[in-house]
Design a protein around this ligand. Structure first.
Ligand SMILES: [Zn+2]
Length: 235
């Protein structure tokens, strides 16, 4: 194999490595935001469970104070009733007291309903809390791993980039500029092999004339995609 091919292939190997590292690196922000989104969803589930638990707790407290108020009203009515002389007024007061008793009974019935619900809501909140804490910890670990990976990728890109300098100085400026132009397309491999007359980049058939030039290991481009060609050794 001619020297220009082996030298360019060596440089290309590094560039492909750098391209792969960069691709991996660009995926990290999206992975990070995915994790943050997941954590937000878990948090809102926890908030929701807490809200419904606290809400029921509030209803219970409201009824506790409602019962207390009604008991005080009843105490007041009882005191007043002791001072009433007229029969019809007394009956009216008894009727009021009966109303208050009914109110208390109604509140107590409601209270029992909320007491049943609060246990369920409390357990749901506790289990949601545990789930959230576990997931939060796992997400923090995943984020740390991603940050670590980010650092490693950046460091390797840097070392590969300085390594590529050593390789690129060996290549003639003309060839290097052609190669750089092909590399800047960001897809496909700049220098590709030809096997059975087919371009290794676009996979289309080359003209016999191009194939002949490739066999001579001269610098020639694919008739279709314009990439640099070299012959596969097994051909
Ligand atoms: Zn091609």
């Amino acid at each position: 194999m001619k020297q220009w091919i082996t030298e360019l292939l060596a440089l290309q190997e590094i560039d492909m490595r750098i391209r792969g590292l960069r691709t991996r690196l660009t995926m990290i922000p999206e992975e990070m935001s995915k994790l943050e989104k997941e954590l937000k969803i878990e948090k809102s589930k926890l908030d929701h469970a807490k809200e419904s638990f606290v809400g029921i707790e509030l209803e219970i407290k409201k009824r506790e104070s409602g019962i207390k108020d009604q008991n005080e009203t009843m105490k007041k009515y009882n005191t007043q009733s002791a001072q009433i002389k007229k029969n019809d007024e007394y009956r009216a007061m008894m009727h009021e007291i009966e109303n208050v008793k009914n109110k208390i009974s109604d509140i107590e019935t409601e209270q029992l309903g909320f007491m049943d619900k609060i246990e369920v809501a409390k357990n749901a909140f506790k289990s949601e809390e545990k789930l959230f804490k576990d997931r939060e910890k796992a997400i923090a670990e995943e984020e740390n791993e991603l940050r670590e990976l980010e650092g490693k990728l950046k460091a390797e890109i840097e070392s590969q980039t300085s390594l590529r300098e050593e390789f690129s100085v060996k290549i003639s400026p003309d060839l290097l500029s052609i190669y750089k132009r092909l590399l800047s397309k960001k897809t496909g491999i700049p220098l590709v092999d030809v096997y059975q007359g087919i371009c290794g980049n676009c996979h289309l058939k080359l003209t016999p004339q191009t194939v002949n030039t490739v066999r001579k290991e001269m610098q020639v481009f694919c008739d279709n995609c314009g990439h640099l060609l070299y012959p596969r050794e097994t051909e």
